[in-house]
Design a protein around this ligand. Structure first.
Ligand SMILES: Cc1cc2nc3c(=O)[nH]c(=O)nc-3n(C[C@H](O)[C@H](O)[C@H](O)COP(=O)(O)OP(=O)(O)OC[C@H]3O[C@@H](n4cnc5c(N)ncnc54)[C@H](O)[C@@H]3O)c2cc1C
Ligand SMILES: *[C@@H]1O[C@H](CO)[C@@H](O)[C@H](O)[C@H]1NC(C)=O
Ligand SMILES: *[C@@H]1O[C@H](CO)[C@@H](O)[C@H](O)[C@H]1NC(C)=O
Ligand SMILES: *[C@@H]1O[C@H](CO)[C@@H](O)[C@H](O)[C@H]1NC(C)=O
Ligand SMILES: *[C@@H]1O[C@H](CO)[C@@H](O)[C@H](O)[C@H]1NC(C)=O
Ligand SMILES: *[C@@H]1O[C@H](CO)[C@@H](O)[C@H](O)[C@H]1NC(C)=O
Ligand SMILES: *[C@@H]1O[C@H](CO)[C@@H](O)[C@H](O)[C@H]1NC(C)=O
Ligand SMILES: *[C@@H]1O[C@H](CO)[C@@H](O)[C@H](O)[C@H]1NC(C)=O
Ligand SMILES: *[C@@H]1O[C@H](CO)[C@@H](O)[C@H](O)[C@H]1NC(C)=O
Ligand SMILES: *[C@@H]1O[C@H](CO)[C@@H](O)[C@H](O)[C@H]1NC(C)=O
Length: 692
């Protein structure tokens, strides 16, 4: 994944002309319609001097919360987003397959963070893409739409006082449903891919469209059969709390026009004009301004922001609350810049300490991943995309990877599982004293609480410890990725200057705990075994990475530290934990020590989930809006009516209440797609770099 940017750059150089022309033709609506979509976005820089709520970060969670809060016409809401609107690159965002061949990773719409060199993981820095545009990372992600398990969500809720009332599985299940409108696959797509789903587990009228691509590669139909043949259960329904096993996942795709459904297109564009909602792009929040008259209960009175480094700072006043939704990097960074964080960090950066809160930026957890790769002679997404006729076909251009499997501890380690868990248990106190990246006792207690929960609850259940992903993006090869889901390594991030334009230092401490290396290695061994198992094995040629020279555990470990990368799922840098456990927010998302500031985004999950993070982030945002509205205007659950134009179009849905995997009754347009002689310029070895 080190080569991710290079891959995207190379691919876009060779592909963007055809992708753009096709997308233009198929996806542009008329001008009047496009202008309507801009209604609540501020293009002239003119905003009011004060708002009830100022949301910092117009990303995945931020736009969802702003949309819900502004359903109350008496409440004024401003969103400050550091990135641009995204209008100039609408096709790159909207056309799903452009995520692989012409996406935002490595562009000026990507923050392009880098970690510091990772001592235990190849002694090199790692790339950390994050969206810098309206919609945030939901505008650049791989659209996998999968949910965490009940075990994980309930474990989160039990870590914080009052958590059970607000964040239990029942609450998050309802909130995740409320965020989505699910559309079942056509019967052809369903049978060809072997897709199983249970419509009653899914949302019916939420803003984010969740569906399946409009084109299916026949080889996907091999997936669950092959996984069953290696002993991994096939999931009938991974969306109702039992999220493990092999399945073909849904994606955040709008099946009405085969476009990406993301925070902006789902939560903002369909809204009518709202005079109480303003969304300001190109506005980087520099700090929150506080009334410090009560030092143990600071009150935010405004937010300072600027359009560019060196440009004049401006201040907008806040009447009720600041909602920080700047993401796993931006949220702890903004708190620290505002004088809220570990006092040693703030002093070193030259920031006055207003509230010593040691947990800000701590407890960082992430998923690491790489792939085993084989040559193939069959058609893949990459080979078909190289044909410009396909690049003009909207259904084809919605083809993203979907086949996945969340494999449990015994799938990975067999009889060694109990010894493995005992070893982790035995290592608890040395890990705490040597691997916790803080001296502060409260942060250490939080480290220990997360460690214990991961060991005693998450590893003791049937949930996935590794994710196995089927990747068909390249031309002439097929990859099977493995990704660690519940790391025992915890890292941190911190500012080094009193400047919003200086990126924070990011140190995930990848593989600092050896259990993570074991899970990753065994996941990759399982990936190899899957590729060698029928029926999938019949389409796999030579293994090109890591190749037959890698056999022993040492071989695997030596190879993987050079090629692994983030699966793009960092979390937990503003963890919802008790204050005495290094927490940053309480069960109401309120920052300890601050009277009227909440954090609401993927930085608050205290534990790493066995899933991609957009679905739980939308669920968190829905629940956050519910909590905030209950506080101020007694409305618990925001009504769906304010979203009517976002969600009125499920009439063509033929969701079946029970799952089926019947045989294919016909083709779904495969004949329209012909082989192409032109090759996408992707090196087989770069395949680990696939969008997730
Ligand atoms: C390349 C990639 C692929 C991924 N693939 C998947 C996938 O397939 N499925 C999945 O479920 N998840 C995926 N993820 C993860 C998922 O998209 C994120 O976890 C999720 O979107 C995070 O949401 P968020 O609201 O926490 O942050 P974001 O959506 O990143 O939003 C934060 C916003 O805050 C803004 N901001 C930051 N600092 C400031 C500031 N100081 N002032 C103003 N604005 C600021 C940012 O520009 C951004 O718009 C992927 C992520 C990436 C990067
Ligand atoms: C944001 O800034 C860029 C660069 O100056 C400009 O091209 C763009 O129009 C601005 N966007 C908005 C919404 O003002
Ligand atoms: C807005 O406030 C007014 C005056 O307080 C009140 O009468 C009205 O019901 C409120 N509207 C909503 C949607 O809450
Ligand atoms: C396996 O993949 C091949 C190649 O795409 C396809 O022809 C075949 O139908 C698939 N087999 C099953 C059982 O789905
Ligand atoms: C796709 O359709 C939705 C309605 O379902 C609409 O809101 C959206 O603007 C369309 N997207 C594009 C790019 O036309
Ligand atoms: C300051 O805030 C704390 C709560 O954090 C409260 O207990 C205390 O009474 C407040 N002091 C004053 C003077 O209001
Ligand atoms: C974690 O478990 C260990 C061993 O049981 C125990 O000593 C420690 O106190 C626990 N930590 C927390 C924070 O619960
Ligand atoms: C893991 O899953 C397999 C089937 O996929 C099952 O047989 C086994 O019992 C599971 N292990 C655990 C720990 O749940
Ligand atoms: C703390 O400050 C907030 C406003 O920021 C106020 O609403 C709240 O009552 C204060 N709490 C205490 C205990 O003083
Ligand atoms: C969407 O479909 C569900 C059932 O699948 C139905 O209950 C609901 O009324 C539909 N919503 C709209 C807006 O058509």
């Amino acid at each position: 994944m080190r080569s991710f940017s290079l891959l995207l750059l190379t691919a876009s150089l060779s592909q963007c002309a055809s992708a753009h022309s096709g997308a233009h033709h198929d996806f542009h609506a008329d001008h009047a319609h496009r202008d309507l979509k801009k209604r609540n976005i501020v293009y002239n820089g003119q905003i009011a001097s004060s708002y009830d709520f100022v949301v910092v970060g117009g990303g995945t969670a931020g736009l969802a919360i702003a949309s819900r809060l502004s359903e109350d016409s008496n409440t004024t809401v401003l969103v400050l987003e550091a990135g641009d609107s995204g209008d100039a690159i609408a096709d790159r965002i909207n056309v799903p397959l452009n995520a692989y061949f012409d996406g935002l990773v490595g562009s000026s719409y990507d923050w392009q963070y880098k970690t510091v060199s990772q001592a235990q993981a190849g002694a090199r820095p790692y790339s950390w893409p994050r969206g810098k545009v309206l919609g945030g990372s939901s505008a650049m992600n791989g659209m996998y739409h999968v949910r965490p398990s009940k075990v994980e969500v309930d474990a989160w809720a039990s870590l914080v006082d009052g958590g059970a009332d607000k964040w239990s599985w029942d609450k998050m299940f309802a909130a995740m449903k409320a965020s989505e409108t699910f559309t079942a696959p056509s019967s052809d797509i369903q049978s060809e891919g072997g897709i199983q789903y249970v419509a009653s587990s899914r949302g019916t009228d939420g803003p984010i469209h969740v569906s399946y691509p409009g084109y299916m590669l026949p080889v996907v139909g091999n997936w669950t059969t092959t996984l069953a043949n290696v002993g991994v259960d096939v999931s009938q329904d991974a969306y109702a709390g039992e999220s493990w096993g092999a399945y073909v996942a849904s994606s955040s795709i709008n099946p009405n026009n085969w476009t990406r459904s993301y925070a902006r297109s789902g939560y903002i564009d369909p809204l009518p004009p709202r005079s109480n909602l303003a969304i300001l792009p190109n506005a980087t929040a520099a700090r929150i301004i506080f009334d410090t008259s009560n030092a143990s209960n600071l009150t935010a009175t405004g937010v300072e922001w600027t359009s560019a480094s060196g440009a004049a700072k401006q201040t907008v006043s806040v009447k009720k609350e600041v909602i920080v939704a700047a993401g796993v990097v931006g949220s702890p960074q903004l708190l620290q810049l505002s004088g809220v964080g570990p006092s040693d960090v703030l002093k070193a950066a030259g920031v006055s300490v207003l509230s010593n809160l040691p947990g800000v930026g701590q407890h960082l957890q992430d998923h690491l991943s790489t792939a085993v790769t084989w040559t193939t002679k069959i058609d893949t997404t990459g080979s078909l995309h190289a044909n410009s006729a396909n690049a003009n076909n909207a259904a084809f251009m919605s083809l993203v990877n979907e086949a996945t499997a969340y494999v449990n501890i015994t799938d990975l380690l067999g009889d060694f599982s109990s010894t493995f868990k005992q070893q982790i248990s035995d290592a608890a106190s040395t890990s705490l004293s040597t691997l916790c990246p803080a001296c502060d006792d409260t942060v250490k207690k939080g480290y220990s609480a997360i460690y214990n929960t991961t060991l005693n609850t998450l590893l003791a259940s049937p949930i996935g410890q590794a994710e196995i992903l089927f990747s068909l993006v390249s031309s002439g090869s097929i990859s099977i990725q493995a990704a660690l889901q519940h790391p025992f390594s915890q890292g941190r991030l911190y500012i080094t200057a009193d400047d919003p334009f200086t990126p924070p230092t990011i140190d995930p401490q990848y593989l600092s705990h050896s259990a993570d290396l074991t899970v990753l290695r065994e996941g990759l061994k399982l990936a190899r075994k899957i590729g060698q198992t029928a029926p999938l094995s019949s389409v796999m040629g030579d293994e090109t990475a890591p190749g037959s020279s890698v056999q022993s555990d040492d071989d695997w470990d030596n190879w993987l530290v050079g090629v692994i990368g983030t699966e793009y799922h960092p979390s937990s840098t503003c963890a919802m934990l008790p204050l005495e456990s290094g927490g940053v927010v309480d069960a109401n998302l309120k920052v300890y020590g601050l009277g009227n500031v909440r954090v609401a985004d993927a930085s608050v999950f205290p534990i790493s989930f066995s899933c991609h993070l957009q679905a739980p982030t939308y669920g968190l945002a829905e629940q956050a809006a519910r909590i905030i509205r209950a506080t101020y205007n007694g409305v618990g659950w925001p009504s769906a009516s304010g979203q009517n134009s976002a969600s009125s179009s499920n009439s063509s849905t033929s969701a079946s209440p029970s799952s089926t995997t019947g045989t294919s009754s016909g083709k779904n347009g495969a004949e329209a797609l012909s082989h192409s002689g032109s090759l996408v310029l992707l090196a087989a070895g770069a395949l680990a770099a696939l969008l997730l």
